[in-house]
Every structure is written in structure tokens, then in C-alpha cells.
Design a protein around this ligand. Sequence first.
Ligand SMILES: Nc1ncnc2c1ncn2[C@@H]1O[C@H](COP(=O)(O)OP(=O)(O)OP(=O)(O)O)[C@@H](O)[C@H]1O
Ligand SMILES: [Cu+]
Length: 835
Amino acid sequence: MTSDFTGLTEQEAGRRLVADGPNELPSAGPRRLWQIAFEILREPMFGLLLAGGAVYVALGDLVSGAVLMAFASLSVSISIVQEIRSEKVLDALRAMTSPRALVIRDGRSRRIPGREVVRGDVVLVAEGNRIPADGVLLEARELLVDESMLTGESVAVAKRARGSEAEGEGLRPGGDNIPAVFSGSLVVRGTGVVLVLATGAATEIGRIGKSLASIDAATPRLSLETRRLVRLFAMGGLLASVAVIVTYGLLRGSWLDAALAGIAVGMAMLPEEFPLVLAVFMTMGAWRISQARVLTRRATAIETLGAATVLCTDKTGTLTRNQMTVAACVPADGSDRVQLLRWAELACVPEAFDPMDRAIAQAASVQPESRSLVRGYGLSADLLAVTQVWRLPGTARLAVAAKGAPEAIIDLCRLLPEQARAVRDMVESLGAQGIRVLGVAHGWSDEESLPNSPRGYSFQWAGLVGLADPLRPEVPVAIAECLAAGLRVVMITGDHPTTARAIAREAGLSADTVLTGQDLLGLSDTELRTRVETVGVFARILPEQKLRIVEALQARGDVVAMTGDGVNDAPSLKRADIGIAMGGRGTDVAREASSIVLLDDDFGSVVRTVRLGRRIYDNLRKAMGYIVAVHVPIAGIALLPLLTGLPLILLPVHIAFLEMIIDPACSVAFEAEHEEPDVMTRPPRAPDARLFSPSMLVASVLQGVAALLVTSLVYLLAVQRGMPEDDVRTLTFFTLVLSNLGLIVANRSFRGHPFDFLTGGNRVLLGIQVLTIAFLAATVTIPPVRRLFGFGPLHLHDAAMVALACSLLGMTLALLRWLGRRWSRTGPLQRTGRR
Ligand SMILES: Nc1ncnc2c1ncn2[C@@H]1O[C@H](COP(=O)(O)OP(=O)(O)OP(=O)(O)O)[C@@H](O)[C@H]1O
Ligand SMILES: [Cu+]
């Protein structure tokens, strides 16, 4: 049918694309620069920096005021650059999720992004597609479309081809049997050829102004958890800062100094890094995953992936290549291979792109003839067979051909028990070699009485056709990796149990227990729940039954990842904790129901994504742990002088300096951290494990307290030795900055070597460490900078003291790490998921 249309030329299409604009709905779109800037300027940290600057100016210290302003604008610029980068990433991902359209241009069919469809394009639509634009139907074959998106009416409507050139213009959605289709509606069944009349905002859906949401950027659980913690810290910071201003003002009388001290405390305790880190990790994570040719449609997927305990995978196309060849033919008695293949070919949908049909057409190598299709019967839940009725040249009667699951064809042919047994034996022996077996039947019919079901014809057995579909080469390794990572892999297929088992064995799955769709019917939900624990292969499963399997697994506490591609898979993909759609083979419906799309349908990508998901989650925890830890000594050193009446150390400039290290360290440096050696050998994280678990908070606070103790020790010793205030500040601040670097190192790896960034393990981190030390050196060697920070000279024995203190801290942190690891090996941290 496609050969009847030539469509537009590429040049013409290009011209129209420029003239009419892309086929997109005006959406919220990417945020503009000023919006990003405005959001950043609303951050309380920026307000504190400004207030600090104002107080310095009021004190007559213009230089410090200006420096604080400079820090403020620097941190705003960094944030803006970061945000623009994330916008770009999200934009690129959005473009990839936009549905594709199969158009005919220059007489050839080509798959293009939906946004490039133009007026006048000829688009082929099939079951599972979203209609990319408004248009009139040139052809329609059993076409049924769901227009609920536009009409709110949930019953799918039938469509027909237009009767004349004039028909089709000005039609509105809704109403049965009209020859027009509309952008955003969904093909539920059948196929059609659409001539596009309107695109983008000119479509019906564009006029309503609805948008097809593509990426859902929400991270409910993580962001909720983070928001709660931020609120807690912010309240604490606010209270502390007010308390400081009041007590300082009352005790020492100088209210401007009091304000500076209060602002410093506020800055020290403000947890502005949490949301920053979450945003950076989620966008960078989506980007990293897209590098593995996998698209995340929901940011939550990254989080959930690491917790998955069961992976339900389909067989054809995911574990196997979906490249079929006819590997065996068993014709009926008195017939031959040529006749069998000829009937098998007649049982195929014309111009099919189903690999089975293609393989059969190729093996049959039929000559073109002037046959015409009279009627077709598709696969249905109660009859796994496809039947076609043809008018052939030279015969008055109609030829009927059917092919499908052998049981279904046996049923259609009403074979005698012993004949049926012989067929089943043959199916078993072919299936045991991993070959998919189809039964073929043929018959003749008289014109007048075409029945509503294939069962209404009288069929003769034609034989069996075996199709080989080899395993993808990467599958056994990928499956072994999943198993090592504590991820049980279960096959769910529509194929025959014997074939399914053979392929499962080859892939390295446990195939000892096979449950069929028939068995499933006889099981109650409770029985199924106990059975799913041991079943490795589900065979002859109807897509609708997948939902029951997913629910049974979830009822046992499993976190289920599940692959799928068909329209009927959508409910189970949606229900699964992580729905994985095939980007190449999959329908738009399946994609929209999934949280992850594999762009090249490669099973190996699932494993790579699990691995990345675990790494991202690990790094997120490390970053969050570091942020908690580092604020303890900063807040402590800001408050200590106020409690003891000793000289003040930290002014807003110092906090700004510290934040300049902390921000990039916790976001980009931790994000770039490489994976733990055991990412894929440890069991999945418990599904209810919190990002901020009490044990993690305790560990971080302990680290922070260690840093605070060491820094206070230096501070108190310096005071006690009667050093001038500037010298005390220098010593203390140096210790604080170096402890900060120590805390980064201590948190960057759970198990790996903490110092391997020195050898190139994490360049970003190395850069940050080097810059920090350089800047620190500048604060004592360049006199104006030194004055700005209120530092004295750093003598050799002072430096030795700092070094000593820092080594002490290093040892304490190493001890804490060791203790933490021991505890996590034996203690409650070692969770293996509910099983
Ligand atoms: N185009 C077709 N022509 C004839 N029979 C078909 C066709 N498609 C499917 N069948 C029959 O229906 C059965 C179930 O098909 P279904 O598409 O549900 O799963 P599958 O392709 O076998 O495997 P998987 O679920 O792993 O993708 C097939 O095993 C086959 O016997
Ligand atoms: Cu901070």
C-alpha cells in the first residue's frame, strides 16, 4: 500500500518546516535567562551576602563590602551557568522523547521526529502510535482511534478513508466513522495513511492549548525528604542568627558587629547546598544515562533503579535479536515445503514489518500477483492466530490462510487427538532447540458468508513453520551481572513454554519452573503470590496477564522493573516500579507509560542503567553526608567565640570563601565520583531506605564534630598562648579549610581508596583541592588580601601546628570510616531488601 504514495520531497518538506515552524505545541518551554537569574536572586544566601556587604559599608569598610559583593556575583554566575547547563540537558532529552512519525517522502518511508512533520506529509500510522498532526485519511484498515485527549470521550472511535478529494477539511474530533484524525490521539487498532492538513499550534489540540507532557521532572520522595531537612536547618540557622545578634549586641554593645556576627552564623548554617545538589545530580544523572542510550522520562527512575529486586523481561527482541529466519518446515502429509510456505505467506499481513512475517515472505519468495485482501482477522486473546482472506486470480472461491500458535491452529483445524499429539511432539522437539514454532492452516470460502471469527471457516492442517531468533550476544553476560547484583531476572513471554525454556537456559536464567498463562488462570492471587517466588519463566502469557504478575511480585515486597513494547503492556509498565520501554520497537503508548526508554532496545542497557542508577544514588548520599558534616565545624566555630567571649573568628568574608569550596565540591565533584567497587555485586538497597537515614546523619555529624574538635583545639591553644587576634584567626581558619578538604576526601568513597583522586580518579576534585590551597596561600602572602581576611602572619611553628591538627583529624576520620564500615557490615545498615 505504501507504494501508492510518493509524499513530499525532502526539499519541499524542509521549506514548509521553515515556513510553518516545527510541529510542536507552544509549551512552558525552557526557562529564560532572567527567570533563572530571578530564581537564584531569591535565594536567602544571596540576601545574606548582600546584607553582609551593606553592614561592612556601614562600618566604613568599603573593601570588605566590595569583596562580599564580588563573591555574591561570582556565586550567582556559577549558579546561572549551572542552571543553563541543566536546561540544555533537559531540552535535549525532551527532544529525544518526542514521538516519532513514519512519513513517506520522495516515495520512501522514513521515521522522523514528530516535530518535523509538515503540512502535506503522508504519514503511516499503526496500532500504538500517537497521531502526530491533524489530517485526512487516505487509507484506513480497521482503524480505531482513542480521541479522549481531545474529546474526553473514552470510547475509541472507528475511522474510514475519505471518499473524495474534498472530504476531510473542517472536520472536528468526535463522532464515529469520519475520515479525519487529530494530533495527540492514539491508534488503538489497525493502520492508516494520513495526509497532514495542520501541524503545531494550528491543530485541534494546539487550539485547546493542551500540551503532551513529555518529561516529568519531579522527584517526589527525594525532594520531599530534602525539603524537610532544609526547612529544619534553615529554621535552626535563623534562630541561631537572631540569638547571636541579640546576645552580642546586648553584651558587647556594638550592634553593627553584632549584625556581622549574626549574618556569618546565618550563612554558616544555611543549607542552600541540598537543593542545588539534588538538581545537579538529577539532571546530570539523566544526561549520563542518556549517554548509555537510555532515556529517563521520570527523574524518580534513577532513584528507584538501584532498589529494583526483580527484572521482568520479555523475550522476543529484548533477549533475542528479533531477526527471524525460517529454520524448519514440517509440511502436512501429502504436501511440501513450497506449499506450506505459500500458505504461511498468505496468512501474513500485507507489507508487514513483523519480523516473523518478513522471514516467511522471504523464505516463500512469492512472485507478485494481482491478489487482493478481502478481510483480515488479527491476533486475539482467545485465539493466538492471524487469518487472512484473499481473492486470488483464477479462482472463484476465496482463499483463507491462518498461522499462529500451534495450539490455536490445531484448534482451528479440529485435528483428531492422535494427529494433535503428533503435532505437539514435533512442536516440543523444535521448541527444545529454542525455535519458535507456528502452525499454518488453509481453507476456501464462498463469497457471501464471511464469518465474524476465523473459527467460522473450515480449515485444513498445512504444517509447522519453525523460526529461529538468535539470542543477543551480550545477554548472558548482562544477566550474570544482574544476578550478581541481587537482581532476579524473570522471563515473561507470549511464546510456547518449551521454546521459552530453551532460550531462558541459553541466556543463563533459571528455567526449572515454568508457569503458563493457562496455569495462571487457575491460580488465586494468594496462590500466585507464593508461586512467583520460584518461577523463572512465564510462557504463553497474554499482555493483560503481565499486570497480575507484577502485582503479585509487588505484594511480596519486590521492587519490579519490567520491559514491554506493546499497547497492551502499558498498564503493567505503568504499574511496575520501573517501566522500561523499547524505543525502537516500542509503541508510543508503551513509551508514555514507562519511566525509562531504551533507545536501541538493547538488554545490556538495562544493566548499565541499573549500574549508573546505583552510582548516582551512592554519590548523592556521599554529597549529602558531606554537606551535613562540613556545616558542623563552620557553625561551631562561628558560635564558639560568642559562647566563650573569646575573639571572633569567622566574618561573612570567611564563610563566603568556605562556601566557594563547598558548592562545587558537593555538586560537581561528588557527582563525578566513580562507582564503588561493589556497585554490581551487592544486593539492592532496601526499598524503604531513606536518603538521609539516621545512621548516615549520625556518621556525618560525628565526622563534623571531629573536625570541630580539632579546629577548636587549635583555636583554644592559640588563644591560651596569648597570640594576637589576627594570628588566632589565621590558624583557626587554616585548620577549618583543611578540615573541609579532609571531609571531602573522607566522604568520597565508601570502600574505595580515598586518595586515588590524586592519581586522576576524580579530576574535578583534584582541581578544587589545588585551587583551594592556592587561594589559601594567597590569603597570607598577598598583604591586601591578608588585611581583608583579618589574618596575621603564618609562622613556621603555626603551620606545623595546623599540620599536626590536620593529621590528627585525618586519623580520626579514617578511624570513623573504619568503624562505620565494620558497623555497616554487621549492623542494621546491611539490608538486603525485603525478600
Ligand atoms: N504475526 C503473527 N502471526 C502469527 N502468530 C503470531 C503472530 N504474532 C504472535 N503470534 C502468536 O502469538 C504468540 C504470542 O505472541 P506475543 O506477541 O504475545 O509474544 P511473543 O512475540 O511470542 O514473545 P514476547 O512476549 O517475548 O515478545 C506467538 O508465540 C505466536 O504463536
Ligand atoms: Cu552552606
